[in-house]
Design a protein around this ligand. Structure first.
Ligand SMILES: Cc1cc2nc3c(=O)[nH]c(=O)nc-3n(C[C@H](O)[C@H](O)[C@H](O)COP(=O)(O)OP(=O)(O)OC[C@H]3O[C@@H](n4cnc5c(N)ncnc54)[C@H](O)[C@@H]3O)c2cc1C
Length: 440
């Protein structure tokens, strides 16, 4: 096994340290242990982010560090290059990397694993870039926690009733699992704050909007209806078939013409493939890089892709591609490792296959919905399954321990009401936190 151009050990460059890239590097490290192959991971982060728990970071149950898995601990032997890939030369087999101080580096590869994930899907709505915030990064999750606590404190001292109402109104756009989990966690945090400040919790308004006619279509009709009941019983207004037409500093306009005074808008309407896909000039489907069933990129030997950035044929639904979920990304990471190793002469390649394990959705105090292996669960049993699932799925014992202790703390004590103020409004803007939507 040798580097095809220099004759040295082969170089595998993995772009991105998310679910797919992380799992791929972890497995390659083992399967190529005795071969001398170099595995080089390029990512702007020194961690793998466990995104399913971001709503609990926003809700003040978990610390942001608990949901970030340190690459240096979890991937010994993998070379980490901290920077963003900004272009890939497929003919000369190089990637161009820019680090956080704008320094440039060019890395050559024999195998490329392309897993840069996705970014929040933005729409051309006036004010969205300035006044909306997404939920894809620790900075965004911390922003929501801090913003909620700060706005409630300021509202309690505000003498202008309209302004006070605006501070106490929180709007979340997107009622699939991420948006629904976020609003449930923020509601619980607001209820805790209200109880300790002697505030009437009904004075804090939460509005969940979605252009579709149901919440969480991913969990099916029956569980979706239960979720709707629970959200409404907690005083969350759910407005379906409704979206935003404008955002300003202190209000939003809904598609039915209603104007709601608010200073806080979460935009959680779905994702689109990382913009790096467009720079490749290769065929795409739904904006994601087309790959074959074995996750290789046709016409470019040695190039593989998976996760949210790739359009992976779904073997269970002929003609469809797999949805952008962590579950698929992790398993595609395994297939990527297997097939990259096979391309270097270790083991045999296999097409991507999966079995649907179901979904778990935590909806704040005492409630969750889950359909493990297709069995619909709600309430406390689902809550237990959801928390155990996350503890099991988290790929690091230290993080598992920290999250487990935080869950125990949550059972015994009220949520801590602390806004440390590290994630500012600016740091949580799409352009800064996700590098998207910047104006030229
Ligand atoms: C709030 C939230 C909750 C979710 N909950 C669930 C859930 O409960 N269950 C579920 O199955 N899925 C869930 N998902 C979806 C899941 O997070 C994604 O499907 C999954 O992260 C995709 O994995 P990935 O490896 O493709 O991309 P990501 O995990 O997004 O990782 C992409 C990596 O690429 C890096 N990167 C980006 N650009 C570059 C570049 N130019 N150069 C180098 N590196 C780059 C990023 O920093 C990151 O490390 C949730 C998502 C969110 C946002």
């Amino acid at each position: 096994m040798a580097n095809e151009s220099t004759g040295g050990p082969p170089r595998i460059v993995v772009v991105g340290s998310g679910f797919a890239g992380f799992e791929c590097a972890r497995r390659l490290r083992r399967s190529l242990r005795d071969t001398g192959a170099r595995i080089i991971m390029v990512s702007p982060n020194d961690y793998m982010l466990y995104t399913p728990l971001l709503p609990e970071v926003a809700g003040g149950i978990l610390d942001a560090r608990f949901v970030t898995i340190a690459l240096s601990d979890a991937l010994p032997g993998v070379e980490l290059v901290r920077g963003a890939v900004d272009s890939i030369d497929l003919d000369n087999r190089t990637v161009h990397v820019t680090d956080c101080e704008a320094g440039a580096e060019v890395l050559s590869w024999d195998r490329l694993v392309f897993t840069p994930g996705s970014v929040t899907r933005l729409f051309d709505i006036p004010g969205l870039l300035d006044h909306g915030r997404g939920l894809k990064t620790p900075a965004e999750a911390l922003y929501f926690r801090d913003q909620l606590l700060t706005q409630l404190e300021m509202a309690s001292r505000d003498t202008d009733p309209r302004e006070s109402r605006a501070r106490r109104t929180f709007v979340v756009v997107g009622a699939s699992y991420a948006g629904t989990e976020l609003i449930a966690q923020l509601r619980a945090l607001a209820d805790s704050a209200a109880a300790r400040q002697g505030l009437d919790p009904t004075a804090v308004r939460f509005v969940l909007l979605d252009a579709a006619d149901k919440v969480m279509p991913e969990v099916g009709e029956k569980l979706g209806a239960q979720v709707l009941d629970v959200l409404r019983s907690r005083g969350i207004e759910v407005r379906l078939e409704t979206t935003l037409t404008e955002l300003t500093e202190n209000s939003v306009t809904l598609s039915d013409g209603t104007v709601l005074p608010t200073h806080t808008v979460a935009w959680v309407t779905g994702v689109t493939a990382n913009p790096l896909v467009d720079t490749l000039g290769l065929p795409t489907e739904k904006g994601r890089l087309k790959v074959a069933a074995d996750l290789s990129v046709e016409g470019h030997p040695g190039v593989f892709a998976g996760g949210d950035a790739a359009a992976v044929p779904d073997p269970r639904h002929q003609g469809s591609i797999t949805p952008p979920t962590a579950q698929h990304a992790v398993r595609q990471g395994r297939t990527l490792a297997r097939n990259v190793a096979a391309s270097l002469g270790v083991g045999e390649a296999k097409p991507y296959a999966h079995r649907d394990m179901g979904l778990v959705v935590d909806l704040g105090p005492g409630f969750a919905v889950a359909n493990p292996l297709g069995i619909p669960l709600s309430g406390l049993p689902a809550k237990v399954v959801t928390r155990l699932y996350h503890l099991f799925a988290m790929p690091s014992p230290v993080n598992r321990w920290a999250v487990g202790l935080a869950y125990l703390t949550d059972l015994l004590f009220p949520r801590p009401l602390v806004s440390i103020g590290l994630a500012t409004e600016t740091q949580a803007q799409f352009a800064v936190s996700q590098g998207i939507g910047a104006r030229n």
